[in-house]
Design a protein around this ligand. Structure first.
Ligand code: FA5
Length: 336
């Protein structure tokens, strides 16, 4: 039977470090430990003695176990606090630099264009990217099988009648249907899709549609609006060319070219040696289109145009290939 008083055990525990503590636990309470052996020996005593000795021994064992656990926690807490002391955070160290993003050049261009038009009194309108044939073509005076449909080779959806819109002009029809017979002055920026792919033609690109309908709107208003916008963006000296063109939904029609800023109009691969880059199509709204939108063409007239945002961004930032704007390459994007 162990005869050592409890205070001896406790003193040894309190003086032990982490490894010493484990050694004491094995020495006393392990399979061959002294207290384990003493407890086993209880069986050899007579019933009366066994009860008294058993109570004492179990109380001793429990007190030792509790102190072992308490000391273990104390040592753990000490270890943690000394680690924290050694690892003190130095707030004077400079931080890790955070890479900041910025808006895409296309988004900046769109924002610049939109605010120019909003300042001129245009309101914003939107339309769906998945369109029906009627809004994208028929209401815009492209009858079925009309050869002008080939000018905008489309991505048609399999279930017939639906397509990814090839231009923002279908928003004209939707806006007219809401505003007729009243006046209208809207811009509609958005994504459009065509089966195109070269340095100045992307398969996914962005346009801004503009539409003005009122009494007495004329080609002079259209020209003045286009001049104002081009000069606001590129400066008063920008060379502009208003060139006759054809669209089924405008009559007469014209395209606006801006003098090529890549070669100062000397002729290069981007302007295909012409010195000019086409940025938009425009014209006076065709009477049939006014009717499809719910207007009386005898009372109201209007002009419309649709400009390519990528083309404007190419000119503004001198980006030689339109596809760079769709690739998400940081070597390109971080230059802006
Ligand atoms: C149209 O899309 C007509 N809806 C524009 C219009 C609106 C005319 C209202 C009259 C009245 P066009 O196909 O020319 O027209 O395209 C207009 C502009 O979009 C072009 O001048 C060009 O800047 C741009 N664009 C056309 N195709 C592409 C393409 N694949 N990639 C990038 N920009 C393009």
């Amino acid at each position: 039977m162990p005869t050592r008083p409890l205070s001896d055990y406790l003193a040894e525990i309190d003086g032990a470090d982490r490894t010493g503590l484990e050694a004491l636990r094995v020495q006393w309470l392990g399979r061959h430990g002294s207290l384990t052996a003493a407890l086993r020996e209880l069986g050899t005593l007579g019933p009366k003695e066994r009860r008294t000795a058993g109570q004492e021994l179990n109380a001793l064992k429990q007190a030792v176990e509790e102190r072992l656990l308490a000391r273990q926690r104390q040592l753990q807490a000490q270890a943690l606090s000394s680690r924290l002391d050694n690892e003190r955070v130095d707030l004077s160290l400079p931080g890790e630099p955070v890479a900041l993003g910025h808006p895409h050049p296309l988004a900046v261009t769109q924002e610049r264009l939109v605010s120019t038009f909003v300042a001129m009194g245009f309101a914003m309108a939107v339309g769906p990217e998945v369109e029906d044939d009627w809004h994208n073509f028929e209401a815009l005076n492209f009858p079925p099988d009309h050869p002008a449909r080939d000018m905008q080779d489309s991505f048609a959806l399999a279930d017939g009648g639906w397509l990814l819109r090839t231009h923002t002009s279908p928003v004209q029809i939707r806006a007219m249907q809401q505003a007729a017979p009243g006046p209208l002055r809207i811009i509609a920026p958005g994504r459009v899709y065509r089966r195109d792919d070269d340095a100045t033609h992307a398969s996914t690109f962005h346009q801004i549609e503009a539409l003005v309908i009122d009494r007495g709107v004329s080609m002079a208003h259209l020209k003045a609006t286009l001049k104002t916008f081009a000069r606001a963006l590129f400066g008063a000296d920008v060379p502009l060319r208003f060139r006759p063109s054809y669209f089924p939904f405008t009559e007469p029609s014209a395209e606006l070219d801006i003098g090529c800023l890549f070669c100062q109009q000397a002729g290069c691969a981007i302007c295909k040696l012409s010195g000019w880059l086409e940025v938009l199509g425009s014209g006076m709204v065709h009477p049939k289109v006014l009717q499809a939108g719910g207007y009386d063409p005898e009372r109201m007239t209007g002009f419309a145009f649709g400009l390519g945002i990528e083309r404007i961004a190419m000119l503004y930032y001198q980006i030689p290939d339109i596809r760079l704007m769709l690739q998400g390459d940081l070597r390109f994007l971080s230059q802006f």
